[in-house]
Write a protein that binds this ligand. Structure first.
Ligand code: HEM
Length: 205
């Protein structure tokens, strides 16, 4: 009984810690905005910071299953939903910042279809929408056996987000190469452990 209570409190403390850590990028950004520490193009800096936070959290979410497998501790799974939702939260703020601070809300169709890197970003975002919508326990029950195949949309979302990241780069692509190695590593270990079909979205296995 005592150990069940301790475990429960440990679980809650762990969730609070992960919640706080996931809010750090937003905290740093707000501090920079308050201190007017964003340089000559704040809109660009804010949009980029939110985009990188979304992408990094997507990678951390993808790392949960490998972490569970390597450490043998299934407690990692408790944090997956929260991390995935934070990735979506930052992606939504990134999109809002782009529209509000860089481009404006006029002629949205032209905005989203003219530049290939924007098309890749929009596709990544659209792939994340059903994941966020179906992340609740109620939706998990309602989607039943389709939940898992649907949630494999996280793989194309991460690949498209990386393509979007690479495409918008102007000169130095070292950072993108590092992220490509991490993303490829996460996809390859999953394919080796669970088979390539475990990466295919919307297909019941
Ligand atoms: C409709 C959806 C999206 C739009 C319109 C959009 C737009 C943009 C824009 C305008 C930039 C900055 C380009 C520049 O520096 O000039 C950018 C960069 C970036 N975006 Fe997006 N994006 C979208 C979706 C996403 C998603 C879903 C992710 C990740 C999950 C993402 C991750 C990134 C990253 C990592 C960068 C680079 C940041 C950096 O240079 O440090 N974007 N995006």
């Amino acid at each position: 009984m005592a150990s069940a209570v301790t475990n429960k409190w440990r679980g809650i403390a762990g969730k609070c810690l992960v919640f706080g850590l996931a809010l750090l990028p937003l905290g740093f950004l707000v501090a920079d905005i308050i201190n007017a520490n964003l340089g000559p193009d704040p809109g660009q800096v804010i949009t980029e910071a939110l985009g990188i936070a979304a992408f990094q959290l997507l990678l951390v979410t993808l790392a949960i299953t490998p972490l569970k497998k390597v450490t043998g501790w299934s407690g990692w799974l408790r944090y997956r939903r929260m991390l995935g939702l934070f990735a979506f939260f930052y992606a939504a703020l990134h999109l809002l910042a782009f529209l509000q601070l860089i481009l404006g809300w006029m002629d949205l169709w032209a905005t989203f279809t003219k530049r290939p890197y924007i098309i890749a970003g929009a596709a990544a975002f659209l792939a994340m929408v059903p994941l966020a919508i179906t992340s609740t326990r109620r939706m998990m029950k309602r989607t039943g056996r389709w939940w898992k195949p649907l949630h494999r949309l996280i793989y194309p979302a991460a690949i498209l987000a990386w393509v979007h990241f690479l495409w918008q780069a102007r000169s130095d692509i070292t950072e993108m190469v590092v992220y490509a190695v991490i993303l490829a590593g996460l996809l390859v270990v999953r394919a080796r452990w669970f088979g390539v079909s475990s990466l295919v979205p919307l297909k019941r296995t």
